[in-house]
Ligand binder design. Structure first.
Ligand code: UD1
Ligand code: CA
Length: 459
């Protein structure tokens, strides 16, 4: 097989997105658009060259260090863009991929490359036969071969009726490509150097140009505006769910489930309706993700139960823990194995040890909680003095009574008890009982005395 260089064209302005962000950085199911052609290119090509527009540092950064980038300083068309990559391309086959066609599968690209390298054609175009070809370049054939591609805006009425369109994915024999690109003119409706014109140049010079037709036309969907982004996103979302289901995940209602491309989920995990799982999240096997959970960049072990409506971000949850309903994990929460975090509990930058319980209505921030601890309902770590954050340490098997305020920095020793309703400002030694509340006053017969006084005053 010839050496394969993939050139990804991503210098277009993306005007139709009406965005300050470069088009190829818009996210699609958790990855920037550009990540999709890059992923395909990485699995097939020996070398990857990315053509970007001016001021595209973020695009270059998103691409990664294994990618050679070239800048198309002025946008003079797709043909001009490809020409900029010449010095970075090697001999052999040049595979051209547009930056805005994320649904294109590796299998399809591979089919194109294989056909091209076997036939030894000068060029091979990936085409699609579509019901609504408006806006696309049309493929003009003669016999089995491709003669020319005409852009929609330059096409005659007869040409506009052609249903076979150019997908903008091509293979070229390097040497012939560069000499043909030099012959492309900009005498068209947009005054641009069209890459599509290379096809006509090659074929007129007697070169063989083939077409490979995509079998699934959705693969050829491009993203030029936000409506197309949403349409492509719906298809990609379904593909992700299908992949997960094929891997043994039960998804009770795919229509209401949004899981990003970056997520992994183990077999025999069940996902209830209206769940969002995004970012670099990994969920283990045999978990239950209840209705309405929103999980973002979390690592979750096996046999974890997320009861409905938890919001979890940048946190770790170990095996067999139970969370929810309605709990909130903010960044750097770490829930140990078999721990229980109940309703209306907020954790932030805190570690909860094995088997410990924070069952109701608590805020635990900047805390380290040992194993087998019980944190009573309404317990609050007072971690903030208005200027600094302070730490709370609760050792193994401590018992924190209901409605305790732990004024940090504070340490509660192993096996210590805190009486309900306490405000704890001093460290509690291991095994001690600390009670920090006003002692109760009881006034016998007080109510009767009060009403008597009231009657006397009325005379
Ligand atoms: C292009 C094709 C059209 C095809 C369609 C498929 C041309 C002239 N037309 O049209 O035949 O049916 O794709 O979606 O190629 N680009 C640059 N620099 C430029 C201009 C474009 O890098 O100066 C890049 C774009 O980022 C994009 C690609 O080239 O990745 C195609 O350009 P675009 O403007 O999207 O062309 P279309 O109108 O979609
Ligand atoms: Ca396009």
């Amino acid at each position: 097989m010839d050496r394969l260089t993939a050139v990804i064209l991503a210098a277009g302005e993306g005007k139709r997105m009406r965005s300050r962000q470069p088009k190829v950085l818009h996210p699609l199911c958790g990855r920037p658009l550009i990540a999709y052609p890059l992923r395909a290119a990485r699995s097939l090509a020996d070398r990857i060259v990315l053509v970007v527009g001016p001021n595209a540092d973020e695009v270059v950064a998103a691409a990664g260090s294994d990618v050679r980038t070239v800048v198309q300083a002025v946008r003079l068309g797709s043909g001009h863009a490809l020409l900029q990559s010449r010095s970075e391309c090697g001999e052999g086959t040049i595979l051209v991929l547009p930056g805005d066609m994320p649904l294109l599968s590796v299998e399809t690209i591979e089919r194109l490359v294989t056909h091209h390298q076997k036939s030894r054609a000068a060029a091979t175009v990936l085409t699609a036969v579509v019901a609504e070809p408006q806006g696309y370049g049309r493929v003009l054939r003669q016999g089995g071969r491709v003669k020319r591609i005409v852009e929609d805006r330059d096409a005659s009425d007869a040409e506009k009726k052609i249903a076979e369109i150019n997908t903008s994915v091509y293979c070229f024999a390097a040497g012939r490509l560069w000499s043909a690109l030099g012959k492309v003119r900009s005498d068209n409706d947009q005054g641009e150097y069209y890459l599509t014109d290379v096809i006509g140049v090659l074929s007129r010079a007697g070169g063989r140009v083939d077409a490979v037709v995509v079998s699934d036309t959705t693969e050829a969907s491009g993203v030029n505006d936000r409506k197309q982004l949403a349409a492509v996103s719906a298809i990609q979302r379904r593909r992700i769910l299908d992949r997960l289901m094929e891997g043994g995940v039960t998804i009770l209602d795919p229509a209401s489930t949004y899981i990003e491309d970056t997520v992994t989920i183990g077999a025999d995990t069940t996902i209830y309706p209206n769940v969002v799982i995004e970012g670099q999240s990994a969920i283990g096997s045999e978990c239950v993700v209840g209705a309405g959970n929103h999980v973002s960049a979390c690592t979750i072990g096996d046999r974890v139960t997320l009861l409905p409506y938890c919001v979890l971000r940048e946190s770790v949850i170990e095996d067999a823990a139970i969370l929810g309903p309605f709990c909130h994990l903010r960044p750097l929460a770490h829930v140990g194995p078999k721990a229980k975090i109940g309703n209306f509990v907020e954790l932030k930058k805190s570690k909860i040890g094995r088997g410990s319980k924070v069952p109701h209505l608590s805020y635990v921030g900047d805390a380290t909680v040992g194993e087998g601890v019980n944190v009573g309902a309404g317990t609050i770590t007072c971690n903030y003095d208005g200027v600094h954050k302070h730490e709370t340490k609760i050792a193994d098997h401590a018992f924190i009574g209901t409605n305790t305020s732990l004024v940090a920095p504070i340490t509660v020793g192993e096996g210590a008890y805190i009486g309900a309703g306490s405000t704890i400002t001093k460290d509690v030694p291991p095994g001690a009982l600390a009670v920090g509340r006003a002692s109760q006053v009881v006034k016998e017969g007080w109510a009767a005395r009060k009403s008597r006084k009231h009657e006397e005053s009325r005379g």
